[in-house]
Design a protein around this ligand. Sequence first.
Ligand code: X8Z
Ligand code: ZN
Length: 604
Amino acid sequence: MRHATTGTRIPPLAGLLMAMLVSGCAEPGPTVEEARAFVDDAEARLLAVWIDAERAAWVQSNFITDDTTAIAARAQTVVLGATMELASAAARFDGVAVAEETRRKLLLLKTSMELAAPADPALQAELAGITTSMESTYGTGVYCPGNGEDCLDLAQMERLFAESRDTDELLDLWTGWRTISPPMRSPYARFAELANAGARDLGFTDLGELWRAGYDMPPDAFTAELERLWSQVRPLYESLHCHVRAKLADEYGSAVVPPDEPIPAHLLGNMWSQTWANIYDIVGPARSDPGYDLTRLLESNRVDPLEMVRYGERFFSSLGFDPLPATFWERSLFVQPVDRDVVCHASAWDLDFESDVRIKMCIGVNAEDFVTIHHELGHNYYQRAYQHQSPLHRTSANDGFHEGVGDTIALSITPEYLVEVGLLRRVPPADRDLGLLLRLALDKVAFLPFGLMVDQWRWKVFSGEIAPVAFNQGWWDLRIEYQGIRAPVPRSEADFDPGAKYHIPANTPYTRYFLAHILQFQFHRALCEVAGVEGPLHRCSIFGSLEAGERLNAMLEMGASRPWPDALEVVTGQREMDATAMLDYFAPLQVWLDEQNAGRSCGW
Ligand code: X8Z
Ligand code: ZN
């Protein structure tokens, strides 16, 4: 911390230091060599504690008990302690003219964590205890309707939620799932307090600023960057919202879905209203059959969860990537166990930061999970590609890249691809494209404002703009502002609706998914060009293109060794994130939506 001096009186100690400097006997500052050695040691030490913590977290999420949660918390405490110590010590080299690579690593030391903690070991342990136990609370959450005997877990509730068209049942499920989170409210407030104190010790204003510092630009510039990207895609979202609201009003009546107002959150086919493809049947055009339904195709071809993962692996193999290691198949979790609690929220892991890659998922045989498998495998192939980088560079160019790779591959699950791999008999005619585009937009475009608002909420919580007494109100204000979606029943501060979304208790930053939704279309457009596929983007599959695979791999293997614009340039030739690829992709849909919305009053 730098303090302003008042007056010109030289305090005795400073006077002594000056005298030492003048006489040349001052302790010399640290050298470039020392800085490099410090970074090398730090990386070795961090790698060791990261691996321990990953193993503990893996066991915790695959076998949730009080004991595994405590063990994971202990390992997390060690990571917090080591990171805070090293990040603080790194400041010693602030004035040293180190090489660019060392400078970058000194910064990455601070931003490599999604969490910061005060220096006091007791507070570090408290913070790690809160985060691990919130995740366990979420993972074991159930809702027991009626007589309280037949409890539903999240996976069961999500399935019912996707299919039900009964507003009473939907409302019951919607409010039911949100009974798991009020106990997280006060731990969350304490978590924010402790993490903010840690972030301030590192020189950030709060944890939100630490998160925003991870994008190779000043945190404020990143905020502006998000605003720029959102303004590119907002008109498309508003068109989709307008059409969906009108169709929901046709289905449920305008007393349930009033015009000009935000859409009630329980009618969109997803527990968090973050993707809407499950209500395609309600909002699709007349004679809208997009030609096939991937869920039905998986069922009729008797594809089981393991085989779904094999489809994913074969896709990456077709691009020239090595097959997944035997340990992936032995150690991953693919189906929900019946005899114990697990965190079912899908995730990808790299236990040894080299090749012990795994996924953990409760796979259902349906289109959504088929896409999620590709999403998770994208993480694993990225992790394997950068394993030769030094530890601090073993991550993606920015976190949006990590989330965008598998999704990019999933954009290549086109009708042509499904025919090629034998899941679909023939390619539907081009006049079905509108249905396909609308179905995809219900996932990708509908997601955008949700992808933004989750961290808008957290950033305001961390900065103090949203105080604990207004946690829930602040959440719904942003839901209305960004998404045009409102709570279906009055909510109060006895509720803690943010906690019913996995990434809040798990403390996973969420802006990464917004970025990924923009980036994946940019990657897709560029890789389709590399693969030499002509025609509309929504009909392009890069399946089987070694050229596209090589280009993608060149970016993946860089890890975080360079600022992200360098990595982006490798695949796309562009140095800026840019939503025009997404707009290009959906251009025919935008025309159609404009026709549908003519005469409707849009907005909320
Ligand atoms: O959490 C995920 C992945 C794991 S990184 C399944 N996603 C977000 C979510 O489910 O809310 C993918 C898209 C958004
Ligand atoms: Zn992911």
